[in-house]
Design a protein around this ligand. Structure first.
Ligand code: MF3
Ligand code: CO
Ligand code: CO
Length: 275
C-alpha cells in the first residue's frame, strides 16, 4: 500500500524492517519452500526442465502469489534451473535431465508484496560420488553462513564463514554472483558476498532481510555468461552447486524464512540411503 511505512534505511543504506514485517516474509518464504518440496518427485531422468518450470508456475499462481522472475529484466520463467556446470540462472528448456545430473532449482515468489527467494540442489536418478561431496560442502557452507547471522556481526563474518569452510575442503567460492537484500523488493542493498574478512562490511542489525546463496565449484571460481545473456557456467566446466535461504535478523540470531515444511532442504533428506 502506497504511503505505508516499511521501516527505515540505516546509515549503510540497508532497510531495517519492523518486527511486524517478519510475518509477511515468513509466509512468502514458506510458499517458495513448499513449492521446492513438491517439485522433488518430478526431478527424474528424462524430464525436460521446462516441464518442471510449468509445474512451479502453476503452483505459484494457485497460491494467489506471483513469480518474481517472470518479466524480471526480460526473464520469462518462474524458476532458474541450473544443471551440473551451470552456476546459476539456467533457463528452463526442452532439454531433458539425464541420470546423475545435479540441478539447482531457484524459485522467487511474491506474496502480499513480500518476496520469498530460495533454491536447493536436486539429483535426477543416482547421485554421483563427486557431486554428493560438492552438494554436502555447499549445504554446509550455507549453514555456516547462516550461523554467523546475528546482531553485531558483519556481512564480512558471513562471507568468511562460507569461504574459509569451502576453501578448506579444496573447493572454490564463486565471486561473480552474490546474495542480496530483499523484502518488498527482489534485489536491494546490500550485496551479500560469499567470501570476506571477519569484521569487514556493514554490521548486522535486527530487521535486516537478505538472502545467502553461495555457489561453490569443484574447480576454479571463474564463470562466464552464455550467449543467451542469462546462463552462467564455470569457465573450466567443473561442477557447481548452490543452496539459497532468505533470512531476517532477529535480536539474538536470525529467522530462516525458507525452511522446508517437509524437512527436505538437503538433496537426500528423507531419501533412503543409496536411493
Ligand atoms: N532467484 C535468483 C536470486 O537468487 C534471481 C533470479 S533472476 C532471474 O537472486 F531472472 F534469473 F530469474
Ligand atoms: Co536470491
Ligand atoms: Co534465488
Amino acid at each position: 500500500m502506497e504511503g505505508m511505512n516499511f521501516g527505515h534505511l540505516n546509515r549503510d543504506g540497508i532497510r531495517i524492517h519492523d518486527p511486524a514485517h517478519f510475518a509477511g516474509m515468513h509466509r512468502a518464504g514458506q510458499l517458495a519452500a513448499e513449492i521446492l518440496d513438491s517439485i522433488r518427485t518430478h526431478v527424474v531422468p528424462g524430464v525436460p526442465t521446462i516441464e518442471l518450470d510449468r509445474i512451479i508456475h502453476k503452483q505459484v499462481v494457485a497460491a494467489g502469489a506471483t513469480s518474481a522472475t517472470v518479466g524480471y529484466k526480460g526473464y520469462k520463467h518462474a524458476s532458474c534451473i541450473s544443471a551440473n556446470h551451470v552456476v546459476c540462472h539456467g533457463i528452463p528448456s526442452e532439454k531433458r535431465l539425464r541420470d546423475g545430473d545435479i540441478v539447482n532449482i531457484d524459485v522467487t515468489v511474491v506474496l502480499d508484496g513480500w518476496y520469498g527467494d530460495t533454491s536447493r540442489m536436486y539429483v535426477a536418478g543416482k547421485l554421483p560420488r563427486k557431486a554428493e561431496r560438492l552438494i554436502n560442502i555447499t549445504h554446509e557452507a550455507l549453514m555456516r553462513g547462516i550461523s554467523a547471522v546475528k546482531p553485531g556481526n558483519t556481512f564480512g563474518d558471513i562471507g568468511h564463514a562460507i569461504q574459509s569452510y569451502a576453501e578448506a575442503q579444496r573447493t572454490s567460492v564463486v565471486r561473480d554472483f552474490c546474495g542480496h537484500g530483499l523484502g518488498r523488493v527482489f534485489h536491494a542493498a546490500p550485496n551479500v558476498l560469499h567470501y570476506g574478512r571477519p569484521g569487514s562490511g556493514p554490521t548486522l542489525e535486527p530487521g535486516m532481510f537478505f538472502t545467502i546463496e553461495p555457489m561453490i565449484n569443484l574447480g576454479r571460481p571463474e564463470t562466464k555468461v552464455l550467449a543467451d545473456d542469462w546462463t552462467a557456467v564455470t569457465k573450466d566446466k567443473s561442477l557447481s552447486a548452490q543452496f539459497e535461504h532468505s533470512v531476517g535478523v532477529t535480536e539474538d540470531g536470525c529467522e530462516v524464512f525458507t525452511l522446508s515444511p517437509k524437512g527436505w532442504f538437503h538433496t537426500l533428506d528423507g531419501v533412503a540411503a543409496g536411493g
